[in-house]
Ligand binder design. Structure first.
Ligand code: FEO
Ligand code: CA
Ligand code: CA
Length: 571
């Protein structure tokens, strides 16, 4: 008997159809389960999640934070430690204030602050399902009030000094922790994104500086009201406080007492993730996106080299930051940002990174989200999620955003994924070749450039690629954070979702669909590669979901595990 020929595709699962169900949909060969849920206690002295009040500041301090995003799984001996970012809080949900949808008391504000940051939990496998180990010594919450050392070129600079910290060396908290990274020396990197939305001014006539405006800091916050409990969020009283946020923060999750450090050498902007790769010569390269319409794509190259088993604790404090310039001939350059090229000091480049990048002539991008490096080939990918302003207007105080190059469409509502190949297969090289790996679109609605590239069909279409990660087999996982209306330009796309792509062939298949009004973001794999962990963020953000518990329950962000029914490894 002849064996049936193997399918030539490496995407060996039956594609999931788009849908708008209020649950998770995976291919029929797979199962999923919930690993952790917003408000779930980490210690037995917290209280279980309360569906009516949604807890207090005190209970939130001792429970899983809200809106999980980037994450990573670490091993310490036979223990598994999951670190997940808690990007922000859903204001219409977390306070339990159904009319105002805003914080009404100081405890509400403090609960919001405690819902941000990171959650570190030991997890363990029981009957095929991963769950939190309550009271594990690894469990830890990091919030908007956790002390964090300022490290690298900006440490002690005048722009980093505040009344509460006259030396400019110790910030309080990390928030809007979006994507992540991890290092080969066992640490986690969390990336501060929309840090601006938490600052406000008690003096409505206060004039924020041009430098603050470039970062979107103004007299009104985004509703969190943090300045009502702490003056450091009032820019008319503490105008340098915002300079202490917008960084990549490093810490060791396997030591629950480890210090956290803001690695200012990696620049200050709306950091998405930090994709780290050790170049052949041992230097550490970190690719970094600034998720703002018309801002830039960066890379950091360490001055020193990674030493296996050595002391790598200062590697991310000293190096050179570069910004990408894409040329129309499908080549590009990494432009160094140094005192010579910018006329700024290294500290100033670290604090006012956007301004430095504008001085060297970088290419404005359609909102760079996650960067992923192929483990099997010297190439990298960045998700450019969308940009309604492309061809219309620049970011405040930023550069023009003309249509062209890696940003080929005006009023780009769908997004694209750009690939680049470093010269000489060397991630430290200062030039590269690039192409568009996929241009998202809707071929059922449009017949022009808005239909998308050839690898987009009515069956696999999506919008707003965001999370990107490679698995061990060299397949690219794509997550979306886009328009889930399923109407007009987005008809047939359904809820936000996760897809797999083969970088060799360009084939893309939908692997998972999330519940209503969520975004799908963040990846981690178990050591045996049998479980992939994925974050479901802000289900029901507009009030139309009861995921995960159903009925009339409060919608809650979760980390889920997906595994094969036959128990085999996924990648
Ligand atoms: Fe937090 Fe740009 O996504
Ligand atoms: Ca994102
Ligand atoms: Ca996004």
């Amino acid at each position: 008997i002849m064996a049936r020929a193997e399918s030539s595709s490496r995407l060996k699962f039956e594609q999931v159809a788009a849908n708008d169900l209020d649950t998770i949909t995976v291919p029929k060969e797979f199962d999923w389960h919930i690993v952790s849920t917003w408000g779930e206690p980490l210690w037995s002295n917290s209280i279980p999640f309360d569906q009516t009040t949604r807890g207090t500041a005190a209970s939130q301090e001792l429970s899983v934070g809200d809106n999980n995003d980037g994450m990573a799984l670490f091993q310490d001996g036979d223990k598994n430690i999951l670190v997940s970012n808690n990007e922000y809080v859903n204001q219409s949900i977390i306070y339990g204030n159904r009319e105002s949808r805003k914080p009404e008391t100081a405890d509400d504000v403090n609960k919001g602050m405690a819902g941000h940051g990171m959650t570190v939990t030991e997890i363990a496998l029981h009957d095929g399902k991963w769950a939190i180990v309550v009271d594990s010594p690894y469990n830890r919450r990091i919030t908007a009030n956790t002390p964090i050392e300022i490290s690298g070129p900006a440490r002690g600079h005048a722009m980093m000094k505040t009344a509460a910290d006259p030396e400019g060396v110790l910030a309080l908290g990390t928030w809007n922790n979006c994507g992540n990274g991890r290092t080969p020396w066992g640490t986690y990197l969390t990336c501060e994104e929309n840090f601006n939305g938490y600052f406000s001014s008690s003096d409505e006539n206060y004039q924020p500086s041009a430098d603050l405006k470039r970062y979107g800091v103004g007299n009104k916050d985004w509703g969190y009201a943090w300045a009502t409990v702490d003056d450091r969020f009032d820019i008319s009283k503490n105008p340098t406080e915002p300079n202490r946020f917008g960084y990549v923060v490093e810490f060791d999750p396997s030591n629950p007492k480890s210090a956290l450090k803001k690695r200012t050498a990696l620049g200050r902007f709306k950091h998405e993730n930090a994709e780290l790769v050790v170049a052949d010569n041992g230097q550490v390269v970190v690719y970094l996106g600034d998720d703002e319409r018309g801002e830039f794509l960066y890379k950091f190259i360490s001055a020193a080299k990674f030493i296996e088993g050595g002391d790598n604790s200062s590697l991310l404090d000293d190096g050179t930051l570069y910004v990408a310039k894409f040329d129309d001939d499908m080549t590009g350059k990494w432009l160094p940002m140094t005192p010579e090229t910018t006329g700024m000091t290294r500290a100033e480049i670290s604090i006012l990174t956007r301004q430095a990048a504008s001085k060297v002539g970088a290419t404005t991008m359609d909102r760079p989200e996650w960067v992923a490096v192929n483990p099997n080939k010297t190439e990298a990918f960045v998700a450019l999620t969308n940009n309604k302003n492309r061809g219309k207007k620049p970011n405040a105080g930023g550069d023009e955003a003309p249509v062209g190059g890696p940003n080929p469409r005006a009023e780009n509502q769908y997004g694209q994924i750009v690939r680049w190949t470093p010269a000489n297969a060397d991630h430290t090289a200062d030039s590269f070749e690039w192409d568009l790996f996929v241009v998202a679109g809707n071929p059922a609605v449009h017949g022009d450039a808005y239909a998308g590239s050839k690898n987009i069909t009515a069956e696999n279409m999506f919008n707003s690629p965001d999370g990107l990660a490679f698995d061990a087999s060299g397949l690219l996982w794509i997550q979306t954070d886009g328009n889930y209306s399923n109407k007009k330009d987005f008809a047939g796309m359904g809820n936000n979702q996760m897809l797999l792509a083969d970088p060799e062939t360009g084939d893309i298949k939908r692997f998972m669909v999330g519940p209503k009004e969520c975004e799908v973001t963040g990846f981690a794999w178990s050591a045996d590669r049998k479980t992939v962990f994925v974050a479901i963020q802000h289900p029901g953000e507009k009030g139309n979901s009861h995921y995960p518990e159903g009925g009339t329950t409060v919608p809650r962000s979760t980390v889920i595990g997906i595994s094969r029914k036959d128990g085999d490894a996924i990648s």
